[in-house]
Design a protein around this ligand. Structure first.
Ligand SMILES: *Cc1c(COP(=O)(O)O)cnc(C)c1O
Length: 376
């Protein structure tokens, strides 16, 4: 019998999650209502921020965060190329230019030294990406941002539940963005959120998700009023209470899931030691979220094919964003822009990791990788 397929990431849905969603389906509010309020409060507490604004995707959260940062045409925003396209796209949505800054060889996280080199009078913000679930060096990035008057945004779509020096992701930047897509740390179906301590930015994002209108439907119903004002240009980026109920139920289980992911990663670390596979480094003091487990290997394309042939859902994160046809055509970007990211791109592979990855399944991944390295 053929071995069953093991994906690179997988959500976990329990009976408690199902009960939480069903309760909303039987209630009076399907969209943005009381459960969304509870989710936002719990998420803000969890991430160590004053405010959390939930929206309907991580991409919408990035769009709102860049809006709150006041980015517009002519501005430049520094972004790493080792990320999902949505990070850079959120800058383009506002008519600004994403300026790609290379990553560190050992972690594939934004390199603060390279950040300083790319700052110009047009630079307005930095979007750091917590690649694979490891927080960036926010102490250094904070210093740079303060020196040059930049807004510091964390794309923490991989790192909800991770921490640096005991400080949770959500509290390390001016604005922090999370995603609740099913492969991410918690699932809402689709969903995202922005965390911030800044009341003005929080209120801008709250309006941005609701067409730029200053009150929402529930506030007006509760106040018995019909009058509203649209004061800004916004979108319909609202999260439903159905999604919020799933996310809230999942959030309670996240600390346990992070520990399980860390145990999976420890087993990879110890069993891949001495092979040609090089794991990424973890910085001291970091509690890694392990959204991804990434190793650098030689002969990657051959190894990748053999692992897929073994019915393993290995993946590749990421193609450097500026090498995509849209970026080449629109911004004239090309090979050579970020050499560290480009050489990593030729060597990286994401191995399966999720909280309930069975030890026997992980052993199959490790054995298949060893055989593939020996046969290529
Ligand atoms: C998933 C992801 C996003 C986008 O989140 P969605 O919820 O899918 O819109 C943005 N940035 C990074 C780094 C991501 O991994």
């Amino acid at each position: 019998m053929r071995n069953s397929f093991i994906p690179y990431g997988r959500h976990e849905i329990g009976d408690d999650d199902i009960a939480a969603v069903v309760a909303v389906l039987k209630s009076d509010w399907l969209t943005t209502g009381p459960v969304l309020d509870s989710f936002e409060q719990e998420l803000a507490k969890f991430g160590g921020a004053r405010y959390a604004i939930a929206v309907n995707s991580g991409t919408a959260a990035l769009h709102g965060a860049v809006h709150a940062a006041g980015i517009g045409p002519g501005d430049e925003v520094l972004v790493p190329p080792m990320t999902f396209v949505a990070t850079a796209n959120s800058v383009v949505y506002h008519g600004a230019t994403p300026v790609f800054v290379d990553v560190e060889e050992s972690t594939l996280l934004l390199n603060p030294g390279e950040v300083e080199k790319k700052i110009t009078p047009r630079t307005k913000a930095i979007i750091a990406v917590d690649y694979a679930g490891q927080p960036c060096d926010y102490r250094k990035l904070r210093q740079i941002a303060d020196t040059h008057g930049l807004v510091l945004i964390a794309d923490a779509c991989h790192s909800l539940g991770a921490a640096d020096g005991g400080r949770p992701c959500g509290s390390l930047a001016d604005l922090t963005v999370f995603s609740f897509h099913p492969v991410k740390p918690i699932a809402a179906g689709e969903g995202g959120a922005v965390l911030t301590d800044d009341p003005q930015m929080a209120s801008r994002i709250r309006m941005f998700r609701n067409h730029g209108i200053s009150t929402d439907h529930r506030q007006r119903q509760e106040a018995g009023q019909w009058y509203y004002e649209m004061v800004d240009l916004g979108f319909n980026y609202r999260m439903t209470d159905i999604q919020a109920s799933l996310a809230l139920s999942q959030l309670k289980k996240l600390p346990g899931w992070i520990s399980k992911r860390q145990r999976v990663a420890e087993r990879y670390d110890s069993q891949l030691a001495g092979l040609e596979a090089r794991p990424l480094q973890v910085q001291p003091g970091v509690s890694h979220g392990y959204h991804l487990y990434v190793v650098r290997i030689p002969r990657r394309d051959g190894v990748f094919r053999l692992m897929r042939a073994g019915n393993l859902g290995v993946n590749l994160h990421y193609i450097p964003v500026y090498l995509h046809p849209y970026y080449r055509k629109t911004f004239g970007t090309k090979e050579g822009l970020c050499p560290v990211a480009e050489s990593a791109y030729r060597e990286i592979i994401s191995l399966p990791i999720f909280p309930n990855l069975a030890e026997a399944d992980q052993q199959r991944v490790i054995l298949t990788l060893k055989n593939a390295l020996a046969r290529t």
